[in-house]
Write a protein of this length. Structure first.
Length: 558
């Protein structure tokens, strides 16, 4: 659960005869600024072996401004002049640099590179690039900005450009390449549920979604490939290829999505109010995704994020407890201030406790130890089985129309198993997953979310292996309604009742001052879930985003 010293050695001074080693007399050599060394066992001492041939020590410590500027200028000048080998030798990974810089001209067909250096900030040096993409008589100018960082090598003490693919272009991750040519996948035009075209000009969050739709449906939607400069993702990447420059237009295919133009616009507005926020809205009865938005327009956290969901996971945990008849909403159940499990001591938020209360009260207050203290009655695989069989999570088989991360609830033991019960440990989710969890509670049945109807390409969508009982569903709706009425979600959900339910979450992350704030809720036949990374408590951060979308959706007759 989200919960060095220098050894000084002084050597005495004594007189000694030269040592005879292997027939050679070893003589202590003393030079300016260099210590005295003697040979032992046929080799130099450890300290002596770190010295260069001319007895100069490896330089350490922070880089000087002159070192940073000189290294950056040398790399940029060599790159601009097409001296790939020299530019690559200026980096700390010359092989990788050689490959990408060579491909820059040979595969991406970049010509006439002009680099303009910006003002360094510490060891980081920004710069802009002007060039021409030239392919089979077609030329298109291109301008972009990126940066490099200079580091000191621990091996030889010299400054080098720290190599990452982003040094060549900011949209490149390590392992990615740049290619110009006929696109492997025809372009697409994507449309919302009402027939309006979806563009990043209208909806800035949809860049990764549109890339994913093209990757999935480009060859199936009747389009014809054009010529373009694109980022081709590496084998380990989960992101879709990205078009940077279009040299000649292809004929786009057409793909209709389930997105609502009104709700998508509202989702974009809501995440713009909270840094590092993401949200998903869907219709529980069908699985249709109505909106998806991220404050950051790069990586699609809403669909592909892998984050500890915190206390929103208590929905799944409670499902398991209800099904096993270990507790009922109104049963007396304490929530101690601390609870020890397998050597760990678990604490509640603000070290709160509930001495005399019900399980429903503990759920509404999101009191951790009221869940962790069930751990001795559970097997290591119980939560994993529940998540997979009832909620369709962690099976890596969702087919929504674009790439997704489908949640992970690994089998764990001891304290880690206890942490999993409250959405920490190894549990990982994203807003799409948690919207689906609330949707399953709302309808009693898992409906795999989708962005493009499966009838478009006859793909197989995921199904849960079993359905929760009507009794369990009623119990879950009771505790989630209580949370929306009186618990940690009450402020955000005010005025949205009575047909509603919610759960908040706060997930601690090592090295982060504030936890990630989570919120998932349903209202009628609408569900939304969101996260604000490093935002704090979910009810205060993600809650208002989710509630605003549910309120708007309800006013539209959702």
């Amino acid at each position: 659960m989200g919960t060095r010293g220098k050894k000084k050695v002084a050597a005495g001074r004594r007189k000694a005869r030269p040592a005879m080693v292997g027939g050679v007399i070893a003589v202590a050599v003393v030079g300016a600024g260099v210590g005295a060394y003697a040979l032992y066992d046929g080799g130099a001492s450890a300290e002596a072996r770190t010295q260069s041939a001319d007895h100069k020590a490896v330089k350490k410590g922070p880089l000087t401004a002159a070192e940073v500027q000189t290294t950056a200028k040398r790399y940029l000048a060599d790159w601009q002049q097409g001296k790939v080998a020299l530019a690559a030798a200026t980096t700390d990974k010359s092989t990788a640099a050689t490959a990408l810089l060579t491909g820059y001209s040979k595969n991406a067909h970049m010509k006439g590179v002009t680099v303009t250096e910006g003002t360094p900030t510490g060891t980081k040096v920004p710069f802009s690039v002007k060039c021409t993409v030239s392919y089979k008589g077609i030329n298109k100018p291109m301008t972009y900005a990126t940066s490099l960082t200079v580091v000191r090598s621990a091996k030889d003490g010299k400054p080098y450009v720290q190599w990452h693919a982003s040094v060549v272009h900011p949209d490149l991750a390590d392992g990615d390449t740049l290619v110009t040519g006929e696109s492997g996948t025809p372009p697409i035009k994507a449309y919302d549920r009402d027939g309006g075209e979806l563009t990043t000009a209208k909806y800035p969050s949809l860049g990764p979604v549109l890339d994913g739709l093209r990757e999935k449906f480009g060859k199936k939607a009747g389009g014809k490939a054009g010529i373009e400069l694109r980022v081709v993702r590496g084998k380990k990447s989960k992101e879709s290829d990205k078009t940077l420059v279009e040299l000649s237009k292809g004929t786009p295919g057409k793909v209709k999505t389930t997105l609502s133009p009104t709700l998508q616009a509202a989702a974009e507005t809501q995440v713009s109010k909270q840094k590092n926020s993401s949200v998903v809205m869907m219709r529980p009865s069908t699985g249709e995704i109505l909106a998806v938005a991220n404050a950051s327009h790069g990586f699609n956290v809403a669909f592909q994020g892998s984050l500890a969901p915190g206390s929103t996971m208590k929905i799944v945990t409670s499902t398991m407890l209800f099904e096993k008849n270990l507790i009922t909403p109104d049963a007396s159940h304490p929530c101690p201030k601390t609870y020890k499990l397998a050597g760990w001591t678990f604490h509640n938020d603000d070290d709160s406790e509930i001495k005399k209360g019900t399980f429903k009260m503990a759920f509404g207050a999101s009191c951790n130890n009221a869940f962790i203290n069930f751990a001795p009655k559970l097997s290591n695989s119980d939560l994993t089985t529940e998540a997979q069989q009832v909620y369709g999570l962690g099976m890596n088989n969702w087919a929504i129309g674009v790439p997704t991360f489908d949640g992970s609830v690994p089998v764990q033991s001891g304290a880690q198993m206890g942490a999993s019960l409250i959405g920490q440990g190894g549990v990982r989710m994203n807003p799409l997953n948690m919207a689906s969890v609330a949707s399953t509670v709302d309808t009693g049945t898992f409906h795999q979310p989708y962005l493009v109807s499966p009838t478009v390409d006859n793909r197989t969508i995921a199904k849960a292996s079993r359905t929760m009982s009507s009794t369990t569903q009623a119990q879950l709706k009771e505790v989630m309604k209580y949370t929306a009425d009186y618990g940690t979600a009450a402020q955000a959900m005010s005025g949205l009742g009575p047909d509603y339910g919610a759960k908040t979450g706060s997930a601690e992350v090592d090295g982060q001052k504030k936890p990630n704030g989570w919120f998932t809720a349903y209202k009628g036949d609408l569900v939304a879930a969101g996260v604000v990374q490093a935002g704090g408590h979910g009810g205060d951060t993600a809650g208002p985003i989710v509630a605003a979308l549910l309120k708007l959706g309800a006013s539209l007759g959702g």
